[in-house]
Design a protein around this ligand. Structure first.
Ligand SMILES: *[C@@H]1O[C@H](CO)[C@@H](O)[C@H](O)[C@H]1NC(C)=O
Ligand SMILES: *[C@@H]1O[C@H](CO)[C@@H](O)[C@H](O)[C@H]1NC(C)=O
Ligand SMILES: *[C@@H]1O[C@H](CO)[C@@H](O)[C@H](O)[C@H]1NC(C)=O
Ligand SMILES: *[C@@H]1O[C@H](CO)[C@@H](O)[C@H](O)[C@H]1NC(C)=O
Ligand SMILES: *[C@@H]1O[C@H](CO)[C@@H](O)[C@H](O)[C@H]1NC(C)=O
Ligand SMILES: *[C@@H]1O[C@H](CO)[C@@H](O)[C@H](O)[C@H]1NC(C)=O
Length: 321
């Protein structure tokens, strides 16, 4: 029989998987160092877990249940990331954002979760804990000027005050700006530089305003330290210690549908069985184009291990598969 004259009907099953979108967790009960745990989570799931809300922490508690162990989470100590509060594009010329005018022996990087920078009439900087109340210096962009606010506030309240009434807390771009500030202050005063000492494995910073669940009775160490959680609180541990850990993983599949496709093929020598991955890829691409990128496709194998089943045209009416 002339092959070209026959239309072959090909039957195959197609899984259509559509996920829901919230973050899910997977607890791994194997002890690893923080770095090994991170690698494992990135290979097998998504990453070590990020906990940035009470809801996240509640979900973690549910997963741990009555387990009293400590588990690595994604938080790690990140040193030397001093930044200015004012991040406006074009405000700093090349190198100006990197100017540091520390006093001798500063920054002494007291191990606090957050550090903020003050200056003094001698015009040199030091780092201190951000919740201390001090006078502060605001910067106004136009006209360009510094203002000294004697009303003592902690660093975040000072930042809010400056942003509401001026441009931001003061940045210092060169020595002459530093001198201008030292001339208007009469005691230690906050400027705009600060450091957030912890970062999540997914890249997010633990901000001064972020959710946290620290064990407040521990001493804070940052350099080469990482963070575990229990159902109660977060503890700071050397990153090389080994603990079980919690990964974030793809959300559960909430809907799974089998779709049977009939493809008619005339005369082509394309081997569908061999090219099934390529065909699936094309189908996915075309779903993506139609805004259905969240839908995952998979072939369903028949009992004989094959995906495609050949059917002659005259058989189709009898509906035999
Ligand atoms: C919390 O973390 C998740 C996952 O990394 C992220 O999608 C979300 O934007 C974060 N939310 C906040 C408020 O930072
Ligand atoms: C500063 O004080 C406010 C209350 O006035 C508080 O909400 C905020 O967390 C404090 N900031 C720091 C860095 O301690
Ligand atoms: C700049 O600030 C100083 C002190 O706050 C003030 O005396 C001066 O008039 C201001 N200059 C301008 C141009 O606004
Ligand atoms: C702006 O400054 C005024 C005093 O000049 C103060 O009362 C007000 O609280 C400031 N705004 C903010 C949001 O801090
Ligand atoms: C300091 O930097 C500012 C901003 O770039 C610039 O306007 C000013 O001329 C500089 N001062 C000196 C003495 O270099
Ligand atoms: C908090 O830290 C202290 C000191 O390391 C420790 O004794 C205590 O068990 C910790 N509490 C929790 C809830 O982890």
């Amino acid at each position: 029989m002339d092959e070209n004259a026959i239309r072959f009907m090909l039957f195959f099953g197609l899984w259509v998987l559509s996920p829901c979108l919230s973050q899910e967790y997977h607890v791994v009960n194997e002890r690893k160092s923080w770095t090994e745990a991170q690698r494992y989570c990135r290979e097998m799931y998504i990453d070590l877990v990020t906990i940035n809300s009470t809801e996240d922490m509640d979900k973690v508690k549910q997963h741990l249940g009555s387990n009293t162990d400590e588990f690595w989470i994604g938080l790690f100590g990140d040193v030397n990331n001093w930044k200015w509060s004012l991040e406006k594009d074009g405000f700093y010329e090349k190198g100006q954002a990197d100017l540091r005018l520390w006093n001798t022996g500063e920054p002494n990087n007291h191990d606090y979760n957050f550090l903020c920078v003050d200056t003094q009439p001698s015009s040199r900087w030091s780092d201190y804990m951000c919740n201390d109340k001090r006078p502060f210096v605001c910067y106004n962009d136009s006209p360009s000027n510094y203002s000294y606010v004697k009303n003592a506030m902690n660093w975040t309240d000072a930042q809010q005050y400056c942003r509401a009434n001026y441009t931001d807390l003061a940045s210092v771009r060169n020595v002459s700006e530093n001198n201008a500030i030292s001339q208007i202050i009469d005691q230690y005063a906050w400027i705009g530089m600060y450091k957030e000492s912890w970062r999540w494995s997914d890249g997010q910073r633990l901000r001064m305003t972020s959710y946290s669940n620290w064990n407040v009775s521990q001493s804070v160490n940052v350099n080469n330290f990482c963070v575990t959680t229990k159902t109660t609180a977060w503890n700071i541990r050397p990153c090389s210690s080994t603990y079980p850990f919690i990964c974030s993983r793809s959300p559960d599949i909430i809907k799974r549908q089998v779709v049977k496709l009939i493809v008619s093929k005339s005369g082509s020598s394309l081997d569908l069985e061999v090219n099934q991955d390529a065909i699936l890829h094309q189908l996915s691409r075309s779903l993506q184009k139609h805004g259905l990128g969240e839908v995952k496709l998979k072939w369903r194998k028949q009992s004989d291990g094959k995906t495609f089943h050949l059917k002659k045209k005259e058989d189709t009416k009898k509906d035999r598969v």
